[in-house]
Design a protein around this ligand. Structure first.
Ligand code: OSB
Ligand code: MG
Length: 379
């Protein structure tokens, strides 16, 4: 397998047992609603896969997909169904990391779903042996990870101004603004032009079309990176925009679901947002990050409003990317009144320290309180 080091391939022989899978759907209330081109979100519905071994260890994996198919085709109820019908029946009580991946790889798509199973299995292995696939990778890791904030669409420029001041005060290393083609109030651009922060960016979540070049140009002219301007499958419009309208710095998110997609797009992007779930899990992420390192592609880890379980997964990976200026991994308090961890993810001056995410403990009482559905699949 290209771009995967031999020690990671050797790790695929690691044995793991399975007594049962618990599929838990959480509904975690948010501090405030979040509006993007995708829609308005008031709470984070999250599917958590709990992998119980025969020896009594438990590993957790969060499925980052949304409850609706508006970011990708996956959605929480669909993910549940795929695990119940097509993944769990193929899993053996005594198996290996590599055999589980082969079960997952047979299924087309459903990357967030498959990744959640891989995360949970890997976490169970870490609890059993102290060493997971990321530890096997063995690259140097940062001791603290720089964090960027993703800010929803604002109704008023004054609200935007207040949010920017708060984010700067909290120390975020990058401020990312959601945009869409209807976000045309000149007052927004005024606020953005007057913002004193070394790193601003935009995220359109694929909402622009070839009829919106003029509005997109008003953002591109500010000189900041624009994430996923066009709907997935339409990245060719980025070239056309640059030829017909002018220079722009583009970053891809939704577009890139596999290494093949990245290889096709590598000359069409300035940066890549990797969501480990979107591209199908940990092994796929190691491979893609190695590819980016080899090809000098600027890469960072994106978020999907994960609870502390998913944040910790993402942060463990982000720690390997030693030259990124920020990852979309805000602390728990940014989104949630209460997280499901005993020690919520906390940010200090724009960074999250390793000890805060490398080993997490679930707050079982809160986890139970926020559970809206639970299914137990016994091997
Ligand atoms: O496009 O990056 C995105 C959240 C859900 C779906 C898509 C995206 C996002 C974010 C959130 O921007 C970033 C975060 O989790 O802090
Ligand atoms: Mg995005």
């Amino acid at each position: 397998m290209k771009f995967v080091p031999s020690q990671v391939l050797a790790f695929l022989d690691t044995p793991i047992s399975l007594a049962k899978l618990e599929l838990v759907v959480l509904d975690v209330p948010q501090v405030q609603p979040f509006k993007s081109a995708i829609g308005v979100r008031n709470s984070r519905q999250a599917l958590v896969v709990c992998w119980h071994t025969l020896e009594g260890a438990v590993g957790y994996g969060e499925c980052s997909c949304r409850p609706d198919p508006f970011y990708s085709h996956e959605f929480v109820q669909g993910a549940l169904e795929v695990i119940k019908k097509f993944i769990f029946p193929q899993l053996k009580a005594k198996t290996t990391y590599g055999s589980v991946l082969r079960v997952l790889q047979k299924i087309r798509g459903w990357h967030f779903t498959k990744a959640a199973v891989e995360f949970a299995m890997n976490d169970a292995i870490r609890h059993t042996t102290g060493k997971g696939i990321l530890e096997a990778w063995g690259r140097p890791r940062l001791r603290k990870v720089p964090v960027g904030i993703s800010m929803g669409l604002f109704e008023e420029a004054t609200h935007m101004q207040t949010a920017i001041e708060a984010a700067i005060q909290e120390g975020y290393r990058r401020l990312k603004f959601k945009i869409n083609p209807a976000y045309t109030k000149p007052a927004f651009l005024e606020v953005l032009k007057n913002t004193q922060h070394p790193h601003l960016s935009f995220d359109a979540n694929g909402s622009f079309t070839e009829n919106d070049f003029e509005t997109l140009a008003s953002f591109a002219r500010l000189g900041y990176m624009i994430e996923q301007p066009f709907a997935p499958g339409n990245a060719y419009l980025q070239k056309r925009f640059q030829q017909e309208v002018g220079p722009a710095i583009f970053c891809l998110d939704e577009e890139v679901e596999s290494l093949g997609h990245l290889i096709e797009q590598k000359d069409n992007l300035a940066e890549l947002n990797i969501k480990p779930g979107r591209i199908g899990g940990l092994l796929a992420t190691i491979q893609m990050i190695n590819y980016c390192f080899d090809h000098s592609i600027k890469v960072w880890i994106g978020g999907m409003f994960e609870t502390g379980i998913g944040r910790s997964q993402n942060l463990q990976i982000a720690a390997f990317i030693t030259d990124a200026s920020a990852h979309d991994q805000s602390p728990s308090s940014r989104y949630f009144t209460k997280d499901v961890l005993q020690h919520p993810i906390e940010m200090e001056e724009g960074y999250i320290k390793t000890e805060n995410f490398v080993k997490i403990s679930i707050d079982t009482q809160t986890f139970k309180q926020l559970t809206i559905n639970k299914e137990v699949l016994k091997r």
